[in-house]
Design a protein around this ligand. Sequence first.
Ligand code: PLP
Length: 462
Amino acid sequence: MSLFNKTTGATPIFGSSFSGKDVLINKLNKEPIEPVVAYRLVKDQLIDEGNARQNLATFCQTYMEPEAQKLMSETMEKNAIDKSEYPETAELETSCVNILADLWNAPNEKEVMGTSTVGSSEACMLGGMAMKFRWRNLAKKRGLDINAQKPNLVISSGYQVCWEKFCVYWDIEMREVPVDKDHLSINVDKVMDYVDDYTIGVVGILGITYTGKFDDIKALDKLATEYNKTHEHELVIHVDGASGAMFVPFVDPELKWDFRLKNVVSINTSGHKYGLVYPGVGWILWRDKEYLPEELVFKVSYLGGEMPTMAINFSRSASQIIGQYYNFYRFGFNGYKEIHTRTRDSAEAIAKAVEETGYFDILNDGHNIPIVCYKLKDDAKVEWTLYDLADRLLMKGWQVPAYPLPADLDKQVIQRFVCRGDLGENLAEALIEDFKQCIKDLDNARVLYHDKGDVYTYGFTH
Ligand SMILES: *Cc1c(COP(=O)(O)O)cnc(C)c1O
């Protein structure tokens, strides 16, 4: 019997019968639950997941302004695909594409095609599909036997898992170029060994997930230019800018990695990484219609006319797109620049403190993007491992992963802090103090949990 008082509506939540039952159900309860009770119990079920703001494993946003949250929660019912019912929402999406085309220096903005996606994963899928379809159309024209071998994609072994999915789903051979030990990014001296007539394209990564390092996209572009001079088959580049493409334009606009490079035909980014939106939004742009084969463009009705759509997903809430637009509109160029610059300052301060302990080699110091990545020095005279350090930091609430590097370097365990816009300098200072204390504790510890030779993936590396 529920103690819930139906007449007054007074609800002793923890006195209700439901508070004594399992919240995780696998079969519907027969009767409904009062909303206040349901809210509290479901919310409490999630209570031990840790404090998202202290989760330095994820690239995804953990803070948005109250006005953004309000706007997004008030627009959750809008369907992003329904351009005729929500034409103004469609206009906001188009504006976002135009803003990105400008940020990424598209030579001819009118020719740019682009769309929002569900994160970079869908965006990469679309970029890969466009390269595959275009390659196939042109290969047929050239008279290449397209069935003689599988088409292939050339990418560094530091790729994010979405590219593996793309290759499996679309039956593409993934050709992994080793990560070069000195730069921890694609080995540009080796890339062309992997290219042939069946190459649909090369992916350059602006912000390798493992380390935060950048592939040298300019060098890739040069290689493609050379190749294209002597080959009928055109070598094109897709830039996976999941993290970097919404960071670099604001803090290092001189770095050429975008549509200023002739062979860069498409770019993706995650709006929910340095675009500063809560999870669920990504973007892809093609420099010109030519690089997005028509077969992949579908028409939907819009304001009595037609509008192209190329996303894989159909119905989903438009609220993330609206959140992206809010951020663009609200922050402007200088707002993003200031937030990102401060985040970088935090990351660099953390990297400096890590280095000053004397125990670590810094692999990424947070300057290019605010990802701090380090390993224990080979001759560090410590009994503990990075896994122990991760455990210790977790006791202070900080979630920091330790994991091995990708193929070829996979004996090397590293640790990474992803600094985001909401990790202000004060919070970074608190983290640094905790970090130092954790090391002191470990140095004095008598029991350690992880064997020195341990190599495994710890927590999330996305
Ligand atoms: C995060 C990431 C992805 C996947 O992006 P989602 O937005 O999480 O789908 C793809 N590539 C790289 C380099 C990434 O860092």
